[in-house]
Design a protein around this ligand. Sequence first.
Ligand code: PLP
Length: 438
Amino acid sequence: MSDVSSARGAGLVTDRERFRAAAERLDATDPLAGVRGRFVLDDAADGVVYLDGNSLGALPANVPARLAEVVGEEWGRLRIRSWEERGWWSAPERVGERIAPLIGAAPGQVVVADSTSVNVFKAVVAAIRIAQAGPEGPGPEGPGAVGAESFPGGSVPLRDELLVDAATFPSDGYMAESAARMTGCRIRAVEAAELPAEFGPRTAAALVNHVDYRTGRLHDLPGTTAAAHRAGVPVVWDLCHSAGALPVDLDRHQVDFAVGCTYKYLNGGPGAPAFLYVRRDLQPRFDSPLPGWTSHADPFGMAPSYTPAGGSTRGRVGTPDILSLLALEAALDVWDGVTLEAVRAKSLALTDFFSECVAAYAPEGRVENITPEAHPERGSQVALRCPDAVKVMPRLMERGVIGDLRRPDVLRFGFTPLYTGFADAERAAYILAEVLTA
Ligand SMILES: *Cc1c(COP(=O)(O)O)cnc(C)c1O
């Protein structure tokens, strides 16, 4: 008998049998079960459960061979010719087009470049510049979409406040702070749920995390975006914890700007470049604070002055990180035939199931589940508040359950429906209960 079962008596054994049987049934009917084979993961015999795909997605099985080809053939043999012959130059836009359908974007609006932090900076500064210029401001070819309806007559109001999701990922907050300073804005932290009531004539832009990285709370993207637009405010959404985890529908909700990681739920590999979405009608007004040569209209003209390219290319900065970018491109093959609706359905089922197992197995009062219960408010992770999380997580990892810790007291478990099964969830919850009991 394990520690947990001896501590909690025969009732637990019954619970365990019941949950294991349920897991078996759910895995057997899981339409995404076959996708797991597209990844390199531990053998079942190793007993490792990887629940950290929201920090670093697992390696897609086709990537090593593709990377070997890129290095050996494209870099090793073709060398400089690969920029043209193997499409290296246009890879940022091409890989952007592969990500676009996963975030509900029509072609021509997504580019892959730089890190999320850098893209947050570009997007927030560009959003503020558009808002401050007003509908008749410089940059646009004709009156812009954002703000135009709010300021008849083309008067340019003073928009000097940048709103930032109060629980933002720190790097986003640091970038926003600098962006505000550069543009003469004050920065104000507002709970994401309160944002719709806070947009006003002084608001220049807002930066919001779609899913809270600590609690896994999913914020209201359609409602917040609509409220912002009524006040003439462009919004930058950070999709790091939603891209590849749930349907996002950027175009449908007329999102202005979005950024996100590709190494989390998109499995692009450590440090894979991030994406930047600029809605098509805003692109002519997108005035990048980082106007590098690869976003120039004629990059090889080597002109002394900057003329921006059109389209999504305007979001580029310098030379693309080809090895990471092409690893990401290959990694996106795992999405062939996979719908975000199926991913979302399984994600909700997995996080429900894991939460139920934890509630049944964990000793009374040891953890508090802070994951939103309502499906429309939940991302693809389970967050458990645990006073000694700092000690618990290393023990869990020794036992093969790989989650992560968000100090001071949050145990975080990411569920990647492409490769995580219900038996994995059950096993992780059981081992967690054993660690909490020990
Ligand atoms: C992971 C994450 C980042 C990471 O940014 P990098 O520039 O890639 O380090 C940024 N924002 C959020 C919300 C994240 O979850």
